[in-house]
Design a protein around this ligand. Structure first.
Ligand SMILES: Nc1nc2c(c(=O)[nH]1)N[C@H]1C(S)=C(S)[C@@H](COP(=O)(O)O)O[C@H]1N2
Ligand SMILES: [Mo]
Length: 455
């Protein structure tokens, strides 16, 4: 009886004509970005969450369990009565076939220019803080390459006592560190500036990923080359791809936590993310984390490269451009429930999301279910790491009336994530980049969740 009503709702969602996204994507915007079989599973996990919250003393009058005659538990399944797949049937494992809808996707609202585009991370389907490597967002200015590590070199030159060229083997002998950090494109959430109601969190916030990166601190290499810290104020990082990506990084950043990275989530970088070598500048907009890194030049002033003169600048209300904005300010977003998902019924829900700050650790996240009138503190899950995604959770009993869900993050510098109104007061309305405003998801009485902008 329950499952019929779910199917009906799903049908309605798929048929929604006003959506500018295709059928393929409508499937993806259904709950947690999954298809029918998983939908049942999600529903079941909602039910077990219900059990948890009952212990916590929440009112759960609309919650109901499967009937005790449920054939899935009573009857023997194929997997209980047969031999399973042998070990190493898949020498490199892949996700279950039931998870096939959890994919990086290109936004239907953006145009691909040649190979240059972006594939967004499906944040709505992720748990914890680590983005699986195959789902790390990809942003290329001229497409990606699978570069032979034997043919890759890193050159360090400019204001150094000795210019050097490193092979991958040279680099991988050096003392390595592993750190968890986010990478966020400066253009993430950019469409919200234009009041474009991008339907899902994948497209509003999916140019964000968080991984464990392994490499050598850039400072070790700069020291090794005898960097001139008196004259050297900036470094230029240059990519080996056809886009000739070049970015200026301040020497303070280069000498503190910037890493020259070959590892991601325990294995070599994926080609799309810069294999075999990339720069990682923690907390700074993604473009500075130059992929397929081939050269670091030490200089005495910013390089004003083409990528810095044309992109990633903010047009301010007074008509001036703000250039070299680099820190990704404190930000958060609720990923479940989020745009395009469907609440099944009144009752208990775990509101879950991500918070991060380019300036350090997340200190607190507040949740509002009434569009910002009242706020209550969410639970931060450990670990809470500097310049990394922090997971938050919040217990909510939905009474079936319209609601507007928001999250507001505060970082260790006490910076508070701004509302749309506050952000626009300072920045005007003509920006494309660096939008860290509070995101609002509207819940209709029928359970549909959609993207809305409130002040
Ligand atoms: N060489 C090179 N590095 C690059 C890019 C590129 O196109 N070429 N894109 C940049 C941009 S705009 C971003 S947001 C990040 C994205 O990193 P990812 O693709 O690993 O997510 O890489 C940056 N580094
Ligand atoms: Mo980017």
């Amino acid at each position: 009886m329950k499952s019929n009503s779910i199917t009906k709702k799903l049908g309605k969602l798929r048929a929604a004509p006003e959506n500018f996204i295709g059928t393929e994507l409508l499937e993806q915007v259904s709950i947690n970005g999954v298809d029918e079989p998983r939908r049942g599973f999600i529903r079941n996990s909602f039910l077990s969450a219900v059990g948890l919250s009952a212990a916590a003393g929440l009112a759960l009058k609309s919650a109901s369990a499967q009937s005790l005659g449920d054939p899935v538990i009573i009857e023997k399944q194929v997997w209980q009565t047969t031999l399973g797949q042998p070990v190493a049937a898949l020498p490199y494992g892949v996700p279950s076939k039931y998870e096939v809808n959890l994919q990086r996707r290109e936004s239907p609202g953006l145009t691909r220019v040649s190979a240059a585009s972006v594939a967004f991370t499906p944040l709505q389907g992720l748990f914890g803080i680590i983005t699986p490597s195959g789902l790390h967002f990809e942003r290329h200015h001229q497409g990606w390459y699978d570069i032979d590590p034997e043919k890759h070199r890193l050159m360090i030159n400019g204001l150094v006592a000795q210019q050097k060229i490193y092979t991958m083997s040279d680099l991988m002998r050096l003392p390595a560190v592993s750190r968890i950090h986010f990478i966020e494109c400066g253009a993430n959430t950019g469409l919200e500036w234009g009041n474009v109601a991008v339907p899902t969190v994948q497209y509003t916030h999916g140019m964000l990923s968080c991984s464990e990166f392994t490499g050598v601190p850039l400072s070790v290499l700069l020291d090794d080359c005898g960097v001139d810290l008196k004259k050297g104020k900036f470094v230029l990082a240059e990519g080996g791809d056809g886009s000739g990506m070049t970015r200026t990084v301040p020497i303070e950043s280069a000498m503190s936590d910037a890493l020259v990275v070959w590892g991601m989530n325990g294995e070599m970088l994926r080609p799309e993310n810069g294999y075999p070598l990339r720069l990682l500048v923690p907390g700074v907009q993604g473009v500075s984390s130059v992929k397929w890194l081939r050269r670091i030049e030490v200089g005495d002033m910013p390089y004003a490269s083409k990528d810095e003169a044309v992109h990633y600048m903010d047009l301010m209300p007074n008509g001036l451009h703000r250039q070299y904005t680099s820190i990704q300010e404190c930000k958060s977003v609720i990923t479940t429930p989020s745009g395009g998902q469907q609440l099944l019924d009144k009752g208990f829900y775990n509101i879950s999301g991500m918070a991060w700050s380019g300036r350090g650790k997340i200190k607190r996240v507040d949740i509002s279910v009434d569009g910002g009138k009242n706020w209550r503190e969410a639970r931060l899950e450990s670990p809470v790491l500097s310049k990394a995604v922090t997971r938050f959770n919040f217990e909510w009993d939905w009474d079936g009336s319209p609601a507007i869900l928001q999250s507001r993050a505060i970082d260790e510098t006490d910076y508070v994530q701004p509302t749309n109104r506050l952000l626009r007061e300072v920045r005007g309305t003509r920006s494309i980049y660096h939008n860290n405003a509070i995101q609002s998801w509207k819940i209709n009485p029928n359970g549909e969740v959609s993207n809305v902008q409130v002040g």
